[in-house]
Design a protein around this ligand. Structure first.
Ligand code: SAH
Length: 348
């Protein structure tokens, strides 16, 4: 095991047989070694900094029906909401005053926000907060739409591929195609965004072979960011009685991703913090270097329920920032409130 992990550390690469061997045979001791090497790698490329991004969940309307997701269009129990331009600017404002210099706008795929509305929103944010980065996470759009958002000021785009296994992807996403999603990611890269792909860990039916496909896909795509967190069941989905992904597997995969893509921006996710009280700290110690506290108004937090028991739904932005800051510092990291772009990126 040690040899394989050392090879991964030295070459920032590992063939698929060895990746599978690693995943199939990892035990507590080798996981400790793996995470310590990932931590070393992160120190080399980003020091002990953790970047903070304020996330604004601006709509939970969605036209898609991803089987695992609490805000899937057909979930009649989800109470829907949308934030207005003013609401969103208010969130940015309080975020800015708390020191945030990246705003992540995330939502379901909501046709109410036409390209014109989104362009207006992006321009308004850029005019008011010119020193901030804007990240979009609003699903699959055409090349032209992505280009309009980029020109209006969006800098980054998060679009997890969810799973690179075609079979599993198809089972989970009615009327969607893995090829489209991958094409979207390629389009975003070509336009010039900092691009985030990523996947869920522990989806019912997912195997180590599937994870190898995810890792090989990421190595090939070379995204600037990778969003990787455990699957967690949601009460209104067919997966309501299934188990969540585990901290151990999530941490293992975070560590491998840090070594495959040494310059990647790698969040330690809310989902990881939800399945275990010290989950986010464990993610940071396995190569994670980003945390995304919530800036959404507390009145809508409970409605953006992708999965059950999501944490931090009651905290005001300021409380949230303080709590997270303490935790990050206690875990031995330093907070970085700058835009925190990927080392290898600049705007074209
Ligand atoms: N509509 C946007 C944003 C989706 S929500 C898009 O298509 O990209 C953000 C992420 O939450 C998803 O990419 C998915 O990976 C994750 N997610 C959704 N349901 C989840 C669940 N039940 N457990 C864990 N993560 C979930």
């Amino acid at each position: 095991m040690k040899e394989i992990i050392d090879e991964l550390y030295e070459k920032n690469d590992l063939d698929e047989h060895r990746l599978l061997y690693l995943l199939n045979n990892i035990d507590e001791k080798s996981r400790e070694y793996l995470t310590s090497k990932a931590h070393e790698k992160r120190l080399k490329h980003y020091g002990n900094k953790v970047y903070l991004r304020g996330i604004i969940e601006f709509t939970n309307y969605c036209k898609n029906n991803c089987l695992y997701c609490g805000i899937r269009g057909e979930n009649k129990n989800a109470e829907r909401y949308r934030l207005s331009l003013e609401d969103i600017l208010d969130c940015c404002n309080s975020g800015y005053r708390l020191g945030y210099r990246t705003f992540v706008l995330q939502g379901g795929e909501d046709p109410y926000y036409t390209d014109d509305k989104l362009v207006e929103l992006l321009k308004a944010i850029k005019t008011n907060f010119p020193d901030c980065a804007i990240t979009l996470s609003i699903g699959e759009k055409s090349y032209d739409s992505y280009k309009k958002y980029y020109e209006a000021g969006a800098d980054r785009y998060l679009l997890r591929h969810e799973t690179a296994s075609k079979k599993l992807y198809q089972r989970l996403h009615p009327n969607m195609e893995l090829e489209n999603r991958v094409q979207c990611l390629r389009n975003l890269k070509e336009i010039g965004y900092q691009v985030g792909a990523g996947f869920m860990v522990g989806i019912p039916g997912q195997t180590n072979e599937d994870f190898v496909e995810d890792l090989v896909f990421l190595k090939e795509l070379q995204p600037h960011m990778v969003g990787l967190g455990p699957f967690i069941p949601h009460k209104d989905t067919i997966f309501k009685d299934e188990k969540s992904g585990t901290v151990e597997t999530t941490v293992t995969l975070l560590a491998i991703v840090r070594m495959l893509l040494p310059d990647v921006l790698l969040p330690s996710t809310t989902a990881l913090g939800t399945i275990s009280p010290m989950g986010r700290e464990k993610g940071l110690k396995a190569g994670g270097n980003v945390v995304m506290p919530n800036l959404s108004p507390t009145t809508v937090r409970e409605k953006y329920m992708l999965y059950d028991n999501k944490i931090c739904t009651g905290d005001e932005a300021a409380e949230c920032r303080k709590c997270i800051e303490n935790r990050i510092v206690s875990a031995g990291f330093s907070l970085d409130l700058s835009r925190g772009d990927n080392n290898l990126w600049s705007r074209k």
